[in-house]
Design a protein around this ligand. Structure first.
Ligand code: FES
Length: 127
């Protein structure tokens, strides 16, 4: 059996929403100290809905595939729904990841939560 699903390979080879957003409304950046991989998510938010999302991931194939899938899953979604996203749902949408690569999908979940937190913090500071 192949180590990676076709979906993982597809999102790794043709990642969706790669890049950055100038004047992003929120940015979430996280890293994994063990493997050294870094993930950065940029959000454009209109009326609490993610109108655009981009990512830069300096990491392994699973981290890139997880980021890519995640951006597809949250685009056009309200923030409260975005916060429900888990590494499990990302992994399931990719038709699974090898056990030792699950932490890569965790990084994706943490990045998006960090971005939403960044957005809420900014909102608070604007009041
Ligand atoms: Fe660390 Fe994939 S090996 S994020």
């Amino acid at each position: 059996m192949a180590l990676y699903s076709e979906k993982v390979m597809d999102h790794f080879r043709n990642p969706r929403n790669v890049g950055s957003i100038e004047n992003a409304d929120a940015i979430g950046e996280v890293g994994n100290a063990k493997c050294g991989d870094i993930m950065k998510i940029y959000l454009k938010i209109d009326n609490d809905i993610v109108s655009d999302v981009k990512f830069e991931t300096f990491g392994c194939a699973s981290a890139i595939a997880s980021s890519s899938m995640e951006t597809e899953m949250i685009k056009g979604k309200p923030l409260d729904e975005v916060l429900q996203l888990t590494n499990k749902s990302v992994t399931e949408s990719l038709d699974g990841l090898p056990k030792h690569k699950i932490h890569c999908s965790v990084l994706a979940e943490e990045a998006i939560k960090a971005a939403v937190k960044n957005y809420h913090d900014k909102q608070k500071n604007n009041i």
